[in-house]
Design a protein around this ligand. Sequence first.
Ligand SMILES: [Zn+2]
Length: 244
Amino acid sequence: MPRLTVTQVADGLHLASTGLVNWILAEEDGQVTLVDAGYPGDAARVRESLDRIGRSLDDVAAVLVTHAHVDHIGGIEWCGLAAPVFAGADEVPHARREFLQQAGEIDVLLRAWNPRVLLWSLRILAVGATQDVAVPEVTACATGTPLDLPGRPVAVPTPGHTSGHTAYHFAGVGAVATGDALVTGHPVTGVRRPHLLPSFFSHDEAQASRSLDELAALDAGIVLPGHGDVWTGSLREAVELARS
Ligand SMILES: [Zn+2]
């Protein structure tokens, strides 16, 4: 079973990680904004992550979705969250599963000759990677302006990995939840620095590359990725590493 770690990265901001995927908890005045919620099998770990920071499901004011892949929205319906769910406008129909932009079992099987891919696929099966997930009740969030939620996140459209992929900028503490637009580690790559996921995970690679420019322009010194460790340094530097 994946082991949960919860690391405080700034005042009121925490990165939860299972080693397979991350989610973020932004706390303010006893309320929490959750960014993503892991795999379906992570539901108990989402609750545990709240417990570790002294909060419960009832304290969650909203869930922000970076993108609607099973490893980021799976825990939402499974852990019994009643809070409203928001995503980038172009990600809303994806979260409702009006369509699916996700590497399928065939994509993974074709690469199972790679021991990293094989091991990873076995690990994610155990947390419900092949389950059908959807978030029927999801609302498009405003972009470019602080949302009236704990941590005052600003939604930054970063399409490519999926059409409506969205990063969330916590300007007050200079941190960015980059989702899968920029990661710092993944069991499939074995790389432990800012990088892009392998192309078979991405819907539109050219767009993903352009979105890196959006991230590089943000005034922040902490990267909170969808996969991998916290990375400290300017976003411009992180993007340069991802491109190198
Ligand atoms: Zn992911």
